[in-house]
Design a protein around this ligand. Sequence first.
Ligand SMILES: Cc1cc2nc3c(=O)[nH]c(=O)nc-3n(C[C@H](O)[C@H](O)[C@H](O)COP(=O)(O)OP(=O)(O)OC[C@H]3O[C@@H](n4cnc5c(N)ncnc54)[C@H](O)[C@@H]3O)c2cc1C
Length: 393
Amino acid sequence: MTDAPNLPGPTRPALDPPASPSPWEADPAARGAVGPGGSLVAVVGGGISGLTSAYLLARAGARVLLLERGPRLGGKILTQPLAGLPLEAGPDGFLDRPEAVALCRELGLESELVETLTTRAYRWEGNGLRLLEAEGGRPATGSPARLLSLRGGLQRLVERLEEDMRGLAPRARVHPLTPVEGVEPAAGAGFRLRLGTGQVVRADAVVIGTPAHQAAELVSACSPGAADILMEVRYLDLAVINLIYPGRPWPLPGSGFLVAERDGRLISGCTWLSSKWPHLDRPGCTAIRVTVGGSGRREWMRLDDATLVAEAHRELVLALGPAPRPDLARVVRWRQAVPDPRSLDPGRPTRAQAALPPGLALAGGGYRGGGIASCIAAAGEAAALARRHLRAG
Ligand SMILES: Cc1cc2nc3c(=O)[nH]c(=O)nc-3n(C[C@H](O)[C@H](O)[C@H](O)COP(=O)(O)OP(=O)(O)OC[C@H]3O[C@@H](n4cnc5c(N)ncnc54)[C@H](O)[C@@H]3O)c2cc1C
């Protein structure tokens, strides 16, 4: 199983030439090039975790090589315009945490930040929508956990990080289509990264920015104990169905609704994008995001995209009332999309990190819980760990 969405073929074929001086062991001229003054950090994974770590390291003056398996950067962050609206196929916002806001500010994105218009949410219980209540019987509105996004979509964050990284070349290098197959201790000191391209990279420190199960495979040669801890995180498969309806078929007084597994519906969650986000509120159409899958829900995986769209529409009509069919629809399936919240343990990342040799840092914040904001915070910690290791060496 992979965690790649069902995207059409590669969109970014360009590989940078290897960094100069080259860390590639396959190039005999490179031997000895990575030493004092030229210490190199290899960052594995070009999602928000790896990208943020790589950016912070490069900005602090380190030589950085970002190695991404796929053709594009961003990982689960994927903005796909539909009807001219920047709709998200992955996360549709992030928690308002200081590290995340500071990163946006530093990248010059502060003026593009948008906040949810409402936090009022519902549960669909078959016979109607019930307002989700916070403790004390109050409606779950005005929650302190504000959600933020960017006017042009979350892909803007990825684009700015990538642009800034590329601006720091040749010290910072970005290599898409470069899978890392394993990380091993190098003779003497540092690490050897075996690549799917047949090459080997020698690095003084390594940051792993992949989900837990992939991180487990990568670090198993350095620490079977850390790999075992990381393998405890279980992942759930999900699909996101973005729909554009003509006009305003429903009033939508909130941000959406959730459906409990026991209710046996296809839909596990529905986000009323047009009433949740200011940048997605356009006259003449209504944007809705339906999520299917999650804990105990696997039936949807046997359905093709057209059936998923038809079934999602049928359940929306049951929940919200009659409406014409959507004008546009797009389905993105994610294998091993998000950690099962029931398998999350706040102490696990610290235990896994403690079991790794110095210089090998875990950045993947997704398995700490908390999504993008947590990834950005964890990426900062991993970058700091790698820098301390370089300074100590
Ligand atoms: C449908 C969906 C909805 C979500 N909703 C929200 C939300 O609303 N708010 C929120 O905060 N979070 C949300 N999340 C979670 C959030 O998207 C993730 O926590 C976050 O994007 C994870 O980022 P990451 O960089 O750690 O991992 P990823 O985004 O998975 O990136 C990892 C990268 O590593 C690469 N990689 C893997 N193995 C290798 C290898 N061996 N060699 C090289 N590269 C490799 C992958 O190709 C990928 O690009 C959602 C996720 C999904 C799927």
